[in-house]
Design a protein around this ligand. Structure first.
Ligand code: ADP
Length: 263
């Protein structure tokens, strides 16, 4: 409302200036984002190397502590008073926990660097091998395992998917162990047009508000009564995402859980 009305050629000149300016700004922003992305990738690689290095370095002294604690247990246990014996047992169980933690961190850090080695394999054989290695009959005598005998074969990185099943089944066993009649079901069904595998248990379950958070590193929601590192599901999620698949869980506290995934 101040200037004289603009002429057509003035309006198109103004539009051209606006376009050039926004192109310059966009180009500048793009360069900035590219630079930030590069820095982020560098920081990520550095952190991964750091965690791998650190975990390896922590293992050596831990082996020393574990070795000497075993010597104490095997050769000198009977000459110790009760509190001494308890101390040795605590050292041994703590080193075991720390070894597990370090192995899990190494495994988590390792997944990103590994490339996929895809092939077709029998999921039934894979799960049977895992169940056998867990020695369910003697370690979880009360638990009943129901497995679909015709699970569809899978096209994926077998070694990585073994880690997925191991973690999901370990959790199902662990978080249902204290039930009267623990039951675990392993099966498959079509969901979202994909062959979706699942592990279901009738254990303690979790609050559905945590159904995304349980997959975060070091997230634990089940209290001190259950041992763990909070890394297992983070590894599982990373592996499934590497396959461009999806994993999710449904549960209600006290009503068991079901974990689904497809690749
Ligand atoms: P961890 O079992 O070592 O604590 P995970 O990463 O495997 O770590 O699981 C993260 C958390 O998710 C667990 O601490 C537990 O609270 C919850 N969770 C996982 N699996 C189950 C399950 N089958 N039933 C109930 N809670 C589960």
């Amino acid at each position: 409302g101040v200037s004289d009305p603009w002429l057509d050629y003035q309006i198109s000149a103004a539009k051209a200036i606006r376009e050039s300016l926004s192109n310059i700004i966009l180009e500048k922003q793009k360069l900035k984002i590219d630079r930030l992305n590069e820095q982020l990738l560098e920081a990520h690689d550095e952190l991964e190397l750091f965690s791998q290095g650190l975990s390896h370095d922590l293992k050596a002294p831990l082996r020393g502590i574990d070795g000497y604690a075993h010597i104490l247990k095997e050769d000198h246990y009977n000459s110790l008073e009760k509190p001494g014996q308890q101390a040795v047992d605590t050292i041994l169980s703590s080193t075991r926990e720390m070894q597990e933690l370090i192995d899990n961190i190494l495994s988590f850090a390792g997944v990103s660097g590994q490339s996929l080695d895809k092939g077709i394999f029998s999921v039934n054989h894979q799960v049977e091998d895992i169940l056998q290695s867990f020695n369910i009959k003697s370690n979880y005598p009360k638990t009943r395992i129901i497995m679909d005998k015709d699970l569809p074969r899978m096209m994926a990185d077998k070694r990585m998917i073994t880690q997925v099943w191991s973690n999901l089944i370990t959790n199902a066993l662990k978080y249902s162990e204290k039930e009267e009649a623990p039951e675990i079901e392993i099966g498959a069904r079509g969901i979202e047009g994909k062959t979706t595998y699942y592990v279901k248990d009738n254990g303690i379950g979790f609050d559905p508000r945590h159904k995304e958070d349980i997959f975060n590193l070091f997230s634990r929601f089940s209290g001190d009564g259950y041992k763990g590192t909070g890394i297992g599901l983070a590894i599982v999620k990373k592996i499934i995402e590497k396959h461009n698949g999806r994993i999710w869980a449904e549960s209600e506290a006290g009503k068991g859980s079901i974990f689904y995934f497809h690749v």
